[in-house]
Design a protein around this ligand. Structure first.
Ligand SMILES: NC(=O)n1nc(-c2ccco2)nc1N
Length: 317
């Protein structure tokens, strides 16, 4: 059994590394056949020694039993909704208001606004223990078993303090078109757009259905993190990547609103070349101290804004 224990440990670590390269870095170091063969080996060993199975084993992604219902989850740090900007003047107004709320110079971080659904992931002792929807910002739904099926979500991380991270779950274009083709062939109603398809997939009570929908996620923020001591949003993005999370590579630190406007204009034309849907650009004040200083209006943070692209009709066939 000691020998089996070592074999299982080695296989598990290897498969977690291969999975990270394939699903998070999009840069596999081995062919799929090698991954599948190693995974089969691990399954067989775990079948022989079930007491050696751990929650973060790659074989434990798709839970067995469907749920009867989703439990409710309280977000101790509310998941905010962002105010909107629709043109350059709105962006300039946002920057002016922000600069009036602090006496130090401002820098911003621009991020693609992924058109999916906002998600919270909690890790305790380095293990993924709970995943939830945003809900109304204070109360969401526990969809842990569905989120475990998203291959780019690590089931364990090196941060041992409790940390809650946030991001956007989404359905890539390729998965969306394949899903609607499949639904069409089965005489089912196609999904209107990738966001609805992602939301519909994560609302399934049976994780086996979510597991087949090829969903993905980009992490972009931190909620609860007692031990957190980073000073800026950009440092957080780097730390999320270091922890093994999938972060969107297109984020950019901007030191002026002119730079922000350039970034927005660039992606307004580049957008159709992305492999996933975005509905705008999110602009955040980079310094966490200045975010604190700026605080919130009744509804939205003063330190962030969502620039919305004009709606485009999405190809559904
Ligand atoms: N949807 C999306 O990509 N978002 N959403 C935020 C956000 C929402 C509230 C605070 O930050 N950030 C990004 N990149």
């Amino acid at each position: 059994i000691q020998q089996a224990q070592e074999q299982i440990q080695t296989l598990r670590e290897l498969l977690i590394q291969y999975g990270h390269e394939y699903y998070v870095l999009d840069n596999p170091s081995v062919p799929d056949s090698e991954y599948d063969q190693k995974l089969q080996e691990l399954r067989k060993l775990e079948e022989e020694f079930p007491e050696l199975i751990t929650a973060d084993s790659p074989t434990q992604r798709v839970g067995a039993e469907p749920l009867d219902a989703f439990q409710k989850v309280q977000h101790n740090v509310p998941m905010l909704s962002l105010g909107n900007a629709f043109n350059e003047q709105d962006l300039r107004d946002f920057a002016r208001r922000a600069s009036q709320g602090t006496d130090k110079p401002l820098s911003y971080v621009c991020e693609l606004k992924i058109d999916g659904l906002a998600i919270s992931l909690t890790y305790e002792n380095g293990r993924f223990v709970r995943g939830a929807t945003r809900g109304d910002g204070t109360t969401g739904e526990d969809i842990t078993s569905n989120l475990r099926t998203i291959r780019s979500i690590p089931l364990s991380i090196k941060e041992k303090e409790t940390i809650e991270v946030r991001g956007e779950a989404f359905m890539p274009h390729k998965s969306f078109l394949a899903l609607n083709k499949n639904r069409d062939e089965n005489g089912e109603e196609p999904f209107a757009n990738p966001r609805n398809a992602a939301a519909g997939s994560l609302r399934q009570l049976d994780p086996k259905i979510a597991a087949k929908r090829n969903l993905d996620i980009f992490l972009y923020g931190v909620g609860e993190w007692e031990a957190g001591n980073l000073q800026s949003h950009s440092e957080r993005l780097k730390y999320l990547k270091e922890l093994g999370f999938k972060t969107n590579p297109e984020w950019k630190k901007c030191s002026s609103i002119e730079e922000v406007i350039e970034y927005v204009e660039y992606w307004a034309t580049e957008r159709p070349n992305l492999s996933y849907e975005i509905d705008g650009i999110v602009i955040k004040v980079d310094s966490l101290e200045q975010q604190e200083e700026l605080g919130f209006t009744a509804k939205n943070p003063r330190w962030a804004i969502a620039y919305k692209f004009p709606a485009e009709e999405v190809v559904t066939k």
